[in-house]
Design a protein around this ligand. Structure first.
Ligand code: ADP
Ligand code: MG
Ligand code: ZN
Length: 479
């Protein structure tokens, strides 16, 4: 236990504005053919002048407010100069010297413990284009193609302090951040599509020797799982280097999916390499207190607030509230359901187990059913028309097909047998077939009741109402 891990994150978020950061090209380019959403501004033609997209500023302010940041009245754009084929201008417009916001925090829940992760800064910048390597391999490709559609898409970069102390905490942080971005409706947050990109800095402190390793920057992690996996790998690698008495290189490494390892990409570049200087073509950004107040008053309820409200309003455990509130659609679905049926804990259980399992299995983030589907299922259980077991059986079908529960029950002929006569018949038959069991019951071995209940379940293929079966069996055996 003498090693302590230190992680800080730099996260890039694509904003879902209608148009790009500094021109009027559309910003939702993900599925467009290459180079069809470009213009002289975003491709850096000589003489083209940028114009600031004001909803981009509003989106950034929204995020900054949700992350409890100080929003600065004055911010400014700078040029970050470097050469790469996906950057036709030869520089990226970003905010280096005067970011739009600083000094925030986000609380994360680590196994029920609240941990405060400080946000160092939040700034706005533009995205670069995309290189498509022949055969998808940068090392083996004969040539690469350039798609500039992504040039100039607005990004917010969020930089944390190194307050995270494990790969898992890093993952929890990014999950929470994405949930907030979706609540705010400012980004899709899809890591697979590159709408949320996370670079992680990691170092390890050897507490016995009192030394801290250099930090390594890890890139290319395009899912929550890979953030955790890549950092776990890197953590171990650094510890091994420390153990063997070596020094950890300050470098940038990439997560390699094929080998499930991190591989060295390059030595870490220094800030001075970029020759940052103020962007001469864009005036400073002035954000008035009025504008901030307006945006603040229009903010939706955020996950943490929702969790607190769910706990008090529906009296469900905080754990439940946390799971439900992680996804706004699920939280809304839950509330619609409990408006229709007053069983807050039962509905919560159902969503957390049956529904989330279905979504996971179908690999969807979409809720394919309406609250009416689940509520009907609950009413059918309540009326004894189906058992919980049957409800669990048909739920996947409901979720897959979108059919109402009643229809599926009809189609499958699954109705629960609550007909007392039918149940009585079966028990009576079992009693004549097995008089010994009846005697045992009468002599006080009342747990033999289970045998008769079991007989009924066997005969009806599990579709008898267990409560009614129990009652009738007891009545007949005692009579
Ligand atoms: P750079 O100038 O190299 O980008 P910054 O000081 O801007 O470095 O920090 C970048 C990120 O690295 C931040 O998220 C920060 O939290 C993180 N970081 C800084 N020091 C460490 C460290 N010793 N171990 C892990 N992460 C660190
Ligand atoms: Mg930095
Ligand atoms: Zn453009």
């Amino acid at each position: 236990m003498s090693y302590r891990t230190v992680v800080g994150l730099e996260i890039h978020v694509q904003l879902m504005t209608k148009t790009k950061a500094f021109c009027s090209c559309r910003a939702d380019v993900f599925e467009l053919p290459p180079n069809t959403a470009i213009c002289p501004v975003c491709t850096g033609q000589p003489g083209a002048l940028p114009i600031v997209n004001s909803s981009m500023i509003d989106y950034a302010v929204k995020i900054a407010l949700a992350l409890n940041c100080v929003i600065h009245e004055y911010s400014r754009f700078d040029r970050k100069n470097y050469f790469y084929p996906d950057l036709p201008k030869g520089y990226q417009i970003t905010q280096y010297f005067y970011p739009v916001a600083t000094d925030g925090y986000l609380n994360i829940d680590v196994d029920g413990q609240i941990k405060k992760i400080r946000i160092r800064r939040l700034h706005i910048e533009e995205d670069a284009g995309k290189l498509i390597h022949e055969g998808d391999s940068i090392t083996q490709a004969q040539y690469s193609l350039v798609d500039m559609n992504r040039c100039g898409i607005p990004l917010v970069e969020i930089v944390t302090e190194p307050d995270l102390s494990s790969p898992r905490e890093a993952r929890i942080f990014v999950e929470k951040l994405r949930s907030i971005l979706r609540y705010l409706d400012v980004s899709s947050g899809d890591m697979e599509k590159g709408a949320l990109r996370c670079d992680a800095n990691i170092s390890v402190v050897d507490e016995l020797k009192g030394i801290q390793s250099n930090r390594v920057e890890v890139k290319n992690m395009n899912s929550f799982r890979f953030i955790e996996k890549a950092l776990e790998y890197e953590e171990q690698r650094i510890i091994e280097v420390l153990k063997s008495g070596g020094t950890v290189e300050k470098e940038t490494r990439g997560w390699d999916l094929a080998t499930k390892t991190t591989v060295s990409m390059r030595g870490k570049e220094e800030e001075s390499d970029y020759r940052y200087f103020p962007e001469p073509d864009i005036p400073p950004i002035i954000i008035s207190q009025d504008r901030i107040d307006q945006i603040r008053s229009a903010l939706v309820e955020l996950p943490d607030q929702k969790i607190d409200r769910f706990v008090t309003q529906y009296r469900i455990p905080k754990y439940d509230a946390t799971v439900l509130a992680a996804n706004k659609e699920i939280a809304d679905f839950y509330e619609e359901c409990v408006k229709l049926i007053d069983k807050p804990k039962e509905v919560s259980n159902w969503i957390m187990t049956e529904m989330l399992r279905e979504m996971k299995q179908l690999e969807t983030e979409q809720i394919n059913i309406s609250p009416a589907h689940l509520v009907e299922l609950f009413f059918l259980m309540e009326k004894g028309e189906i058992s919980i077991k049957m409800a669990k059986e048909i739920f996947p079908e409901i979720f897959k097909t979108g059919k109402m529960p009643k229809q599926i029950i009809e189609e499958k002929g699954m109705r629960q047998i609550s007909d007392e006569k039918v149940i009585e018949e079966i028990i009576k038959k079992a009693m004549t077939q097995n008089p010994k069991a009846v005697e045992q019951y009468k002599s006080g071995k009342t747990n033999i009741l289970g045998y008769f209940v079991g007989q009924v379940m066997k005969e009806t293929k599990g579709s008898a109402n267990p409560q009614i079966v129990n009652e009738i069996a007891r009545r007949l055996l005692e009579g």
